[in-house]
Ligand binder design. Sequence first.
Ligand code: FES
Ligand code: FES
Length: 155
Amino acid sequence: MELKEYSFKLNDKPVVVEAPPAYTLLEVLRGILNLTGTKNGCSKGECGACTVMINGKAVHSCLTIMEQVQGAEVITIEGLAKDPLSEAILRRFVEEGAVQCGYCTPGIVMASKALLAKNPRPSVDETKEALRGNLCRCTGYTKVVKAVARGVEFG
Ligand code: FES
Ligand code: FES
C-alpha cells in the first residue's frame, strides 16, 4: 500500500505520520496514533462524534483527508487535559446532567470548546447553531445546550 508522510501539530506537539493518502484524519488518529478518544459514529459527517479542532475550528475528522491536515494544528479530546476552558465545559456538563452514555461527548466538547473560545457567553441560538453537527442519542439536547449556553468564566 502506498504511504505518504504527513507533518502537523497534534495536541501542541509536532507529529510526523505515514498513512495511505486515502486515509481520513479519524482513521489516522484512531488506527495509527491510537488516540481513541475521538469517536467514530457514522463515518459520514452526520453525527459529530469524530469532531476535533483544526486551526481553531470544529471539524468532522471522518470527512477530513490527510492532505488537509498537512501543516495544520489539530487538537483532539486528549489534548484538552489540564486546559481551564475544557475543565469549565466539563464541569458545566456534569452540573447540568448533560452526559449519559458519553459516546457523543468528546465531539460535543470539542465543538463547544471551539465556540466558547471565541464567544464565552453564547446565546441559546448561537449554541444550537454551533452544535448543529453533533448528534446525541440519549441525553437529548436541552441539557447540553443549557450547559454550553451558561458560558464560562475564568478566575
Ligand atoms: S463519525 Fe464523523 S460525523 Fe459521524
Ligand atoms: S450521551 Fe449518549 S449519545 Fe450522547
